[in-house]
Design a protein. Structure first.
Length: 469
């Protein structure tokens, strides 16, 4: 990416009514008063936005921020990319139907062609596609229905640290206990398995030994007639856990899971809602392991910044009846047009390779910081999906010498970054992992600037924590 593509905001007047010309404090106060208690991001990122372009957003006070949250990874081309804007404007000029349920259109056919052209032939030769409601959660729900219908079974296998959405069915697959508290039966019908979290290996081993034990455990469970676990309808996982702390599964572990599920005739569902379309340095994260899933769940980036989700799956699973999964907004033509334009640009400019290069550069900066700052326990991730786990250097180490997560410091770092013009998110156990999900168009100078802000923010946050202590 050419650094000349970095753009500056021009001062532009906004023709807003008096209600929408409030200052940031007034807007935030109004939001707190009128919006649901379930709102989350404004509690950690208390700003009111009015404009955005590329990797930058501007708040109503005129402050500009680098956006390394980017719609939780949705905006792989950044905000208001010209290719996406033109695709949407063309669709409006040509008076395309905005919503078509599941009626077909040339735009829909083009979208399928563009998506299938980015997937391995081994998958698309026998693929069916289901268009779902606007969110990744709905696509996960569809995947659950699909495999349960096809197998006639009810139990699902999921992983510690998993995040698959916030609907009741998807929550049953979630590792994080917080959002499930008080929901009664949300956890039923799911058997949780150990994910290969090397830094905090659930078996206390780490590395290849920890992975091998985990795979052996899963294989044994699937073949043990007294495991207590009924034959499952499917196994669902994220190739890189995002909300769980940016934890990448190794290629060898993913290959092992593919082998285990194939041996046990258990459909393998890969949730690539956040990793799909180039973010990890490949078009899809499963390609790092050279495997093919039975079911692939996609959303976020494939709609070109607009709401869209799909499930791509092997035709042998296509046993559900007409109407088994539906939704009013599954025919979002603007999202399909924007998604096609996004996919073509990702392919033409090989943004997957750019993401790999920029991710390697950013990770290098983070590793250098780790060597200087003992509060950074581990740097991990793939491509432009990176995390840094913040630990308490003075905390008691576990059996493998790992210090405890330091959520208070992580929150202070996030606030210090925001103050300096950088938006990022937290995740992982106890909210102790800094997460970076910048648009794939980020340039080298911008990567360096992100690292510079983050370094200053960490040092500032550490000083403030020490003063309070």
């Amino acid at each position: 990416m050419d650094s000349s593509k970095i753009v500056a905001f021009e001062a532009k007047p906004f023709a807003l009514s008096a209600n929408y010309a409030l200052g940031e404090n007034e807007l935030l106060a109004s939001q707190s008063r009128r919006e649901s208690n379930a709102r989350s991001y404004p509690r950690r990122i208390p700003i009111a936005l009015r404009r955005a372009r590329g990797i930058y957003v501007e708040d109503v006070e005129g402050r500009v921020f680098i956006d390394c949250l980017a719609g939780a990874g949705t905006l792989i081309l950044g905000h208001n990319h010209p290719v996406v804007v033109e695709a949407i404007q063309r669709a409006l000029r040509e008076e395309l139907p905005m919503q078509t349920l599941d009626l077909t259109t040339p735009v829909k056919e083009q979208f399928i062609d563009d998506l299938f052209s980015m997937l391995p032939d081994e998958l698309t030769r026998h693929a069916k596609i289901q268009f779902c409601g606007p969110t990744g959660t709905d696509a996960v729900e569809a995947a659950l229905k699909l495999v349960r219908t096809a197998t006639g079974r009810g139990t699902m296998l999921a992983f510690h640290g998993a995040y698959h959405g916030m609907s009741l069915g998807s929550l049953s697959l979630m590792g994080n206990l917080g959002p499930k508290a008080g929901l009664g039966g949300a956890q039923t019908g799911v058997q949780f398995l150990p994910y290969p979290y090397d830094y905090r290996c659930p078996f206390g081993l780490g590395g290849e030994a920890g992975e091998a034990v985990g795979l052996h455990y899963i294989r044994n469970m699937l073949h043990d007639p007294e495991s207590g676990v009924l034959p499952p309808a499917g196994l669902i996982l994220e190739p890189v856990q995002g909300e769980g702390g940016v934890i990448p599964a190794s290629a060898s572990w993913l290959q092992g899971i593919r082998q285990v599920t194939r041996e046990a005739e258990v459909p393998l569902i890969l949730d690539e809602v956040q990793t799909g379309l180039g973010r990890t340095g490949k078009f899809f994260a499963f390609q790092h392991a050279d495997i093919v899933p039975d079911v692939l769940v996609l959303s976020k980036a494939i709609g070109g910044s607009l709401p869209l989700s799909v499930v791509v799956y092997h035709e042998s699973l296509d046993r559900w009846r007409p109407g088994a999964h539906a939704g009013t907004f599954r025919g979002n033509q603007l999202a399909m047009a924007a998604g096609s334009a996004t996919m073509r640009l990702v392919k033409a400019e090989r943004l997957d390779l750019h993401a790999e290069a920029m991710g390697r550069r950013l990770k290098g900066h983070l590793v250098q910081l780790q060597q200087q700052l003992p509060c950074i326990g581990e740097v991990r991730g793939r491509g432009l999906m990176l995390g840094a786990e913040i630990v308490d250097p003075a905390g008691r180490a576990d059996a493998r010498g790992k210090r405890p997560a330091y959520a208070k410091l992580a929150s202070a770092i996030q606030a210090a970054c925001l103050k300096r013009g950088l938006i990022l998110e937290l995740g992982g156990r106890f909210g102790g992992t800094i997460r970076l999900l910048p648009p794939l168009i980020i340039t080298e100078p911008e990567v360096d600037r992100v690292a510079e802000i983050l370094a200053a923010a960490i040092r500032s946050a550490m000083e403030s924590i020490d003063r309070v202590a």
